[in-house]
Design a protein. Structure first.
Length: 133
């Protein structure tokens, strides 16, 4: 992974929509079924904050949760896992390893081959269709 991307709070606010800022920089969550409108074609899902490649479209699946779900990141180095004990729950938070943006959480109820469900906030991701970037 390349050097960390760091910006001031004012720079993040200027770059991101209000919801993207709330989710990625303040560890918020978007409402279910509001931001999973990405194409089903081949491509790459990247961080809205720093454009780091995070998930291959081939690992996306319909979890029925209302958030984009993947069974694996592009590489183990693409994301950081952090223990999250907020809201009286024990979860594993997923952050972008390049800019520390909050992306969502990972759960052990996904499909094979990993059995994991990376449940991401759609507003935290951008999509680049293969051949269109």
């Amino acid at each position: 992974m390349t050097d960390k991307v760091t910006k001031t709070d004012a720079e993040w606010r200027a770059q991101l929509s209000d919801l993207a800022y709330k989710v990625t920089r303040k560890h918020g969550t978007e409402r279910a079924f509001t931001n999973d409108n990405f194409p089903k074609s081949a491509g790459t899902f990247s961080c809205i904050c720093c454009n780091a490649a995070l998930f291959d479209a081939g690992t996306k699946f319909d979890s029925g949760t209302g958030w984009p779900s993947f069974y694996a990141p592009m590489s183990p180095e693409a994301v950081i896992e952090k223990e999250d004990n907020g809201f009286f729950m024990r979860r594993t938070e997923i952050l972008c390893s390049k800019c520390d943006a909050h992306l969502g959480h990972v759960f052990p109820d996904g499909p094979q081959p990993t059995g994991l469900r990376y449940c991401m906030n759609g507003v935290a991701l951008t999509f680049d269709e293969d051949g269109k970037a």
